[in-house]
Design a protein around this ligand. Structure first.
Ligand code: F0G
Length: 488
């Protein structure tokens, strides 16, 4: 083989395809208006390349599709449950499995069982649904992630790490008795898909054990994190992905899982734990909210496909190509000088809206406006991860605010090609060239919970001309009245 051999290529060929269609620009403008400038409210038929999320949007393998046919749809004691339990024990190592229809259902059950009003949950950055379930159960979340995580330009290889001093300070301030668990996410979603190191997790685990505090692992993208440890943490280059996943899980007491990501299925999740008593309580509660403890809101066939996906996702060639594709897009943008979060994340490329549309102030939702503009340009759907996603403090009603103001371009697994990534990069570069003409938004409808999913916006009437260069300003005046005044 030549020394110029490329580092990865897709370890699969394509057996089934789904056609894509694209609206023309006036069609996209109308669709965006109808969606209240929120990419979550677009119809998927109006989207060309869908990078809204990597959740449930994966392509299943032929083996997963075949597994659907052998699903056992028994209400109780389904054979498929036992297949899934074997897969979870083999790869993640937790003793008890409680299936749920997706990740947030596991978070709900866990939060209701472990949290009492007034509790504190330290964690390595919030996730939207996870924090909401903690709050609904009466707790407050405290972020103990390292400061580097909030700086998009900082190249720390493990920006998902916990700051041990911050964690110790939370324990000293509130007392271990008010901390039912520490919430540790792998490949931290909200700061750009950034991993934590095993060295850091070992230290967190030692501290937690000394204090008698449990660690709950959000294992949603644990395999992607394990791959980054394999690549970048000294001593792990020769360890398999499965071994690293197992080492991560063994340092924690239980996990919540959205199998719609790493595990390569379109629906499904679980709660898994080593503690017998907790598992018994969770099995009892899942019956109330999800379904019997041997299916938890899933069909037997879903559990079969998940069992196959759990084993497939730790294959080195798979994960190398998955993260390799994300890096491919990230590098195209980096080379073009587009401000993105660095290092490139594992599940998507995140645009730094603070620098991309620096003329927009936080009150006019820069990342939301940028996501809308990218859709308008090319039909590529992305999403906001900034002040809208951060939501409000339920007690004070104040906006949480967000140091990071990002647009997430999340790549579904095994779905799009390299040419699709080229199209995405071309569109983002095009939008960047005309960024000065992007105007901010105002929120016209704000739902109470998880507002980013359903909020509606309207463009502000005028471009902030004062902040434009004089040439830009001339362009803006010449075609006043239109939202997007870029030359065509
Ligand atoms: N934890 C993390 C880290 C997640 O990314 C998600 C979902 C969940 C929990 C909740 O799981 O959706 O199955 O209920 N993230 C999706 C996303 C929605 O687009 O990042 P769920």
């Amino acid at each position: 083989m030549s020394a110029r051999k490329r580092p990865w290529a897709e370890p699969f060929k394509i057996k089934v395809v789904e056609s894509l269609s694209m609206l023309d620009r006036p069609g996209r403008a109308a669709a965006l208006e109808q969606a209240g400038f929120n990419t979550f409210l677009l119809r998927s038929d109006d989207v060309y390349i869908d990078l809204l999320t990597d959740s449930g949007t994966n392509a299943m393998s032929d083996r997963q599709w075949a597994a659907l046919m052998i699903g056992d749809e028994a209400y109780a004691g389904s054979r498929s449950f036992f297949h899934l339990q074997d897969a979870v024990r083999e790869i993640y190592g937790y003793k008890h499995l409680i299936p749920t229809h997706q990740g947030r259902a596991a978070e709900h059950i866990l939060s209701q069982l472990l949290i009492k009003p007034g509790d504190i949950i330290p964690g390595n950055m919030y996730f939207t649904t996870t924090r909401l379930h903690q709050e609904l159960a009466g707790a407050s979340f405290v972020d103990v992630i390292i400061d580097e995580a909030n700086d998009p330009q900082n190249e720390h290889p493990f920006k998902g790490n916990v700051d041990l001093d911050k964690l110790q300070a939370v324990i000293d301030n509130f007392g271990a008795h008010r901390i039912p668990y520490i919430c540790i996410a792998t490949a931290v979603n909200m700061c750009g898909g950034q991993p934590l190191s095993l060295q850091n997790l070992k230290a967190v685990s030692a501290l937690a054990r000394r204090q008698g505090i449990r660690i709950v692992h959000d294992a949603t993208r644990c395999v992607e994190n394990a791959y980054m440890i394999h690549n970048n943490e000294p001593g792990y280059a020769d360890r398999s992905i499965a071994e690293i996943v197992r080492e991560i899980c063994d340092l924690t007491d239980m996990c919540t899982m959205s199998s719609k990501k790493d595990n390569l299925v379109n629906i499904g999740g679980f709660l898994a734990a080593n503690d017998d008593e907790f598992a018994e309580q969770a099995r009892n509660m899942v019956v109330v909210y999800e379904g019997l403890h041997t299916y938890g809101g899933l069909a037997g066939r879903d559990m079969e496909a998940m069992a196959v996906g759990i084993r497939e996702c730790v294959d080195l060639e798979h994960i190398k190509a998955r993260v390799g594709q994300v890096y491919y897009l990230g590098r195209l943008l980096e080379e073009a000088g587009i401000p993105i979060v660095k290092p490139i994340g594992t599940h998507g490329v995140f645009l730094d809206a603070k620098r991309f549309v620096g003329h927009l102030s936080p009150e006019v939702f820069p990342a939301q406006a940028l996501a809308a503009e990218i859709y308008l340009d090319s039909g590529v759907r992305t999403m906001e991860r900034g002040i809208v996603s951060a939501g409000r403090d339920p007690k004070s009603g104040r906006n949480y605010g967000s140091e990071l103001e990002l647009v997430r371009m999340t790549i579904p697994r095994r779905v799009y090609t390299q040419a699709h990534m080229d199209v995405v990069a071309e569109s983002v570069i095009e939008v960047y060239d005309h960024r000065r003409w992007i105007t901010g938004l105002e929120m016209t409808f704000e739902p109470k919970f998880l507002r980013f999913f359903q909020a509606r916006f309207r463009p502000l009437a005028t471009t902030p001309v004062a902040q434009l260069t004089s040439t830009d300003a001339q362009g803006a005046t010449a075609s006043s009245g239109a939202r997007h005044r870029r030359p065509t």
